[in-house]
Ligand binder design. Structure first.
Ligand SMILES: Cc1cc2nc3c(=O)[nH]c(=O)nc-3n(C[C@H](O)[C@H](O)[C@H](O)COP(=O)(O)OP(=O)(O)OC[C@H]3O[C@@H](n4cnc5c(N)ncnc54)[C@H](O)[C@@H]3O)c2cc1C
Length: 504
């Protein structure tokens, strides 16, 4: 790899691909280095029993005409190529609380959202309107989210310090409504006394605006961006793990790959977790105090997944998800013990072009802390490096899967009989695929009491080394897309690109 590129991008997650696609379009010669065989990071899909499973894109928001992700995908020319399915407009998420037999409904469109919740909470119109108004107000303070250039921190400062729990408890005393409003908190890991309201607001707003599924999986997003990058003269190397970022005389010169080769460039963008990026970068330019600060930031929790292949024709496909929370535990769903786990879980169905009427598959996702699998932390396992983690690990996964299925059976009676086969993944699987330290699902956790501490700048102390991805601003496909754009504007030194996207 003797060529010197304009930009080397380490990692092909959503943020890395956005940078590579946008910057190659702007005339830069880019090279993407991805450690895995498959591109996309959490966009990756996998096939079991000829059924496709998503690893980290179960549904997308903001893809309605003129909405934020729609404009970005249109600008990139991938919108028309994706096989998208609009979720049920009257219900994209069903919220289940403990033994309550009611299924609470989150619907698309703000008035529709309020109308459906009013059926279950007829006396709470004021609270529902306050909730929706605050979601919209908070979102309006983030210029990039609204594809506006300009804006400054003062604009955001007014809303960064809102604590989710304090706000929800201030608009209603109705405990059930409070639980319902944070009912899909597995989308962002709600921590009582920590999670700023802008996190759920930006995520929920995008789904209320419009909710979509990728038919046959979300990996197409990555595939189409990779095609764009190559069309613009970019180069993508898979199975190319970066081990070291080489800094000499104050600038980054190259990266060293696991096979010992060096790749040289004028600039570098890392889509890896900032902690891993800093660990690979030996230089006095990055002070120990900054390294320690980033290392000590809390990551969001990991997940335990059961991917179920259904017996044919046994489970009707529905165009919505389910989110379950144990009664009274909505503010501490991550604080489970081995016995009371899972305190919350979500259910996603694969949208299949082959079987539109019956679901081919279901994904069950619950929280799992890294500590629960830490005894096997010394093992490593991905498709390209298949190693056994041992029989005791397999027994652990089996036990947890059966415990999880017992809980899910309470809401989906007869579920077990419909299962042909199931496959499980733990925080160790996510760690090994994504390359972070602990299998965190959503990267660095945000904190309302010190919001700036948990914002990571796309710039580093090394002038030609940049960061991107979910750890910067917000996670999710929309969040990582915005982070990618933040990195592009930092690199380009202006926000012209946002105008181009808005006018696409
Ligand atoms: C279980 C789960 C469900 C989710 N569901 C949804 C959903 O329904 N909707 C939604 O919008 N979002 C969802 N998300 C979140 C979303 O998928 C992520 O926020 C987003 O994809 C992260 O993008 P990223 O740019 O940070 O890159 P990542 O996906 O974190 O990718 C980083 C990339 O860098 C590569 N890399 C790491 N180290 C190296 C190295 N040393 N050398 C070379 N390459 C390296 C990795 O292999 C990977 O490809 C989900 C996430 C999870 C975990």
């Amino acid at each position: 790899m003797e060529t010197e590129y304009d930009i080397v991008i380490i990692g092909s997650g959503m943020g890395g691909l956005i940078c590579a696609d946008v910057l190659s379009r702007e005339g830069y010669k880019v090279c993407v280095l991805e450690k895995n065989r498959q591109l996309g990071g959490s966009l990756q899909t996998y096939v079991r029993n000829r059924v496709i499973f998503d690893s980290g894109v179960h549904y997308l928001g903001g893809l309605g005409e003129g909405q934020n992700l729609y404009q970005v995908f249109k600008y990139l020319g991938i919108l028309q190529k994706l096989k998208l399915q609009r979720m049920n407009e009257d219900v994209f998420d069903k919220i289940l609380i403990g033994n309550d037999p009611k299924e609470y409904v989150f619907a698309q469109g703000y008035e529709n959202f309020i109308k459906h919740l009013l059926k279950d909470f007829p006396d709470e119109e004021k609270a529902l309107r306050l909730f929706c108004d605050k979601v919209k107000e908070v979102c309006s303070k983030f210029p990039l989210y609204n594809l506006r250039s300009g804006g400054n921190l003062d604009e955001k400062n007014a809303v960064l310090g809102i604590d989710t729990r304090t706000f929800i408890e201030s608009i209603t005393n109705n405990k059930k409504l409070q639980a319902v409003l944070v009912g899909n908190s597995m989308l962002y890991e709600l921590q009582s006394g920590m999670t700023p309201f802008y996190v759920p607001a930006m995520i929920l707003n995008s789904y209320i605006e419009s909710s979509w599924k990728c038919i046959d999986g979300g990996s197409d997003i990555g595939k189409f961006m990779a095609m764009n990058i190559r069309e613009h003269g970019g180069v993508i190397h898979r199975n190319a793990e970066v081990k070291k970022i080489v800094v000499e005389d104050g600038i980054t010169r190259s990266v060293q790959l696991a096979d010992g080769r060096y790749v040289h460039a004028k600039n570098f963008i890392s889509n890896m977790h900032p902690v891993q990026t800093l660990e690979m970068t030996e230089t006095d330019l990055i002070k120990q105090a900054y390294r320690s600060r980033v290392k000590n930031l809390q990551n969001t929790i990991g997940g335990f997944v059961i991917n179920i292949v259904f017996k044919k024709g046994t489970f009707k496909y529905v165009k919505h998800n389910y989110y379950y929370t144990k009664e009274g535990r909505e503010w501490d769903t991550t604080n489970h013990t081995d016995e009371d786990w899972p305190l919350s879980y979500c259910v996603f169905f694969t949208a299949s072009s082959k079987s539109p009427e019956f679901a081919e598959a279901m994904t069950l996702l619950a929280y799992m802390r890294f500590g629960e699998v830490e005894q096997w932390a010394g093992s490593f396992n991905t498709v390209s490096d298949e190693n056994d983690r041992g029989t005791d690990y397999e027994a652990f996964k089996k036990r947890k899967a059966e415990q999880f299925l017992d809980c899910a059976e309470e809401k989906f009676p007869g579920l077990r009989e419909k299962i042909d086969e199931y496959y499980t993944a733990t925080p160790l699987s996510y760690r090994d695929y994504i390359g972070n330290a602990d299998g965190s699902m959503y990267g660095i956790a945000k904190d309302y009491s010190n919001p700036l501490k948990t914002f990571i700048s796309p710039r580093t102390k090394i002038p030609n080394l940049y960061l991107t991805g979910q750890n910067l601003n917000l996670h999710g496909i929309l969040g990582a897309t915005m982070s990618g754009l933040v990195t592009c504007t930092a690199f380009l030194g202006n926000e012209d690109i946002i105008e181009k996207i808005r006018n696409a």
